[in-house]
Design a protein around this ligand. Structure first.
Ligand code: AMP
Ligand code: MG
Length: 393
């Protein structure tokens, strides 16, 4: 079947809202009720802050909040509403949000008094004592930077700080970019885990954890929920999802957002898995007819060029931390190299949507990814089995 016919057939099916079988449990957040909004942590007590989110008909307790510059949601499966301890679940969710606020205070490159910012302020100087959380994220960042040949690199911020991706922004001058490139290089991030210290070797170096911090926060929140007695839950931090355990005996279904509008392209069944999406549509500006998106190639200091940039990468891995960082790395590598990297890498799988709306799916996901069923009459083979390629409807 031609791509065009397949595409229109799939579109018809999507439009008809036909659910795959078994129907996926949408984990897209529902609009918060007043009670769930009350679970939002803010500094100091707020009226209604102890309100208990209700147990929904499907046995979940859901709340969302705005933090880390993005929307965060937690959905806990607590079992049949009549047996559930909604108060305890609500309390655990509040604590998880509060923990993420604390992590943001340590790891934000946008808060001048964060531990991360301080490390940049004293770059070139003495090693600094680091909190265990920051040390852990930097240690894993360094490993993933090495593993991805520097495609993911937390020191990208030395040049990344020259860029703004707000609509109406302009690119920095090529001279400024070239000069700042000498400040980029994960090898110059020195860590001493035994001493609990870290250091940026060159004055002027800066760190940015925008490509790993959300995934790490999801992992930490998930561990906290499990410790509090709620092992079955989904934590979503601005599109980075960690799904733990199950929902009523079935895996959670995590939707893959369409790059070009509302709705999902498909869904990944996930149980103790992270599903993370990076996309060039998420933050960008246009200048003199060219599009500049927020993922930067640390080797050039420029956004990943459109010729190789995927529209989006969805990456599945065992932890949110890994999924977040590797997802950005695959986006930097580009469609072909990124796909080959993920295919060869044990424990990583991707769904890449190309600029031409082709879906490329690595072998580990082909049989599990839930896509809308093609029409019965001239059905092509199952999802993604044609060389792992499908066309986005
Ligand atoms: P994500 O949405 O996870 O792909 O992360 C994108 C964010 O990570 C950007 O907005 C930057 O803050 C940061 N970033 C951009 N390029 C890189 C890179 N090559 N390595 C590490 N972080 C990056
Ligand atoms: Mg990332």
């Amino acid at each position: 079947m031609s791509h065009a016919r397949l595409a229109s057939a799939l579109l018809a099916l999507l439009t008809a809202c036909r659910q795959p079988s078994p129907p996926p449990e949408k984990i897209e957040p529902e609009p918060p009720t007043p009670a769930t909004t009350a679970a939002t942590p803010t500094p100091g007590p707020r009226p209604g802050a102890d309100a208990v989110p209700p147990v929904r008909k499907d046995g979940t307790v859901y709340a969302e909040s705005e933090l880390m510059g993005t929307r965060v949601s937690i959905n806990v499966w607590v079992g049949p509403p009549d047996q559930a301890d909604a108060a305890a679940a609500g309390q655990a969710i509040r604590e998880a949000f509060a923990e993420m606020v604390r992590l943001e205070g340590i790891m934000s490159e946008w808060q001048p008094d964060s531990e991360l910012s301080h490390l940049g302020d004293v770059a070139g100087g003495e090693p600094q004592r680091l909190s265990p959380e920051l040390l852990e994220v930097l240690r894993r960042s360094r490993e993933i930077a090495e593993d991805t040949g520097g495609a993911f690199d937390p020191t990208f911020h030395g040049v990344g700080q020259l860029w703004s991706f707000r609509p109406g922004a302009k690119p920095p001058s090529p001279e400024a970019i070239a000069a700042a490139l000498s400040l980029v290089g994960w090898q110059h991030l020195e860590l001493d885990p035994a001493a609990g210290t870290g250091r940026l070797a060159k004055p002027g170096m800066r760190l940015g954890l925008g490509a790993i911090g959300k995934g790490y926060a999801a992992d930490v929140a998930s561990a906290l929920l499990a410790r509090k007695g709620f092992p079955n839950h989904v934590v979503e931090v601005g599109g980075d999802t960690f799904a733990a355990g199950h929902k009523d005996g079935k895996p959670w279904m995590v939707g893959i957002q369409r790059p070009d509008g509302p709705g999902v392209v498909g869904a990944v069944p996930a149980s103790d898995l992270a599903v993370v999406t990076s996309g060039d549509y998420q933050r960008f500006f246009e200048y003199e007819g060219k599009r500049y998106a927020h993922i930067i190639d640390p080797k050039t200091g420029w956004p990943v060029p459109a010729e190789r940039s995927p529209k989006s990468v969805t990456l599945v891995a065992k932890t949110g931390t890994d999924a977040d960082a590797y997802c950005t790395a695959v986006a930097v590598m580009g469609v072909d190299a990124g796909f080959a990297f993920a295919e060869a890498h044990e424990g990583l799988d991707v769904v890449i949507i190309t600029q031409d709306d082709e879906l490329r799916v690595t072998s580990g996901l082909r049989d599990v990814l839930v896509l809308p069923d093609p029409p019965a009459a001239d059905a092509p083979s199952p999802a993604g089995s044609v060389d792992g390629e499908r066309q986005l409807p």
